[in-house]
Design a protein around this ligand. Sequence first.
Ligand code: S3P
Length: 171
Amino acid sequence: MNVILCGFMGCGKSSLGNVLSKVIRYNFIDMDSYIERNQGMTIPQIFREYSESGFREIEYRACSELSKLNNTVIATGGGTVMSQRNVEALKLTGKIVFLRVLEPVLLERIRNDPERPLAYEKSDEEIIALYRSRLPTYRRVADITFRGGVGVISDAEKLADLLLAVGIIQR
Ligand code: S3P
């Protein structure tokens, strides 16, 4: 089984995922980095060249490919699980964890980040509206929700304990 981390931009999917993978001795893949490597382009370049809908097609291909992996922590992009076909592909071999982080923390991390086309040059209100429109989906698709915020190492250790307790990973 893979462990799939989902949640809004800035919730820490990549940094927590990376540390978690070491704690539970899994491989780690960041889906956006995987896409950038395969396309030879950055995420903002892909959005500019192919628009968001083109990016979503590439993202779906990535979900199908990454669902063939095993024992891997996969950090998705903030919009990945908004698409049902992505969720279906990822759930074939993985359990989904929603990383829930407070709104002010998300804003602080992603405001005016040029690497994030859907947050760049957006007002706080627009970003929060996008987050709130997605929240029900994050909750619905997730097998478990995890609230971090203590610090990435303690969070990774706590999440590893939770994954073990609910039987998503074995000792
Ligand atoms: C997106 C989030 C980004 C990236 C793309 C679209 C989104 O990933 O996949 O810019 O729709 O929320 P992060 O959540 O890693 O920033």
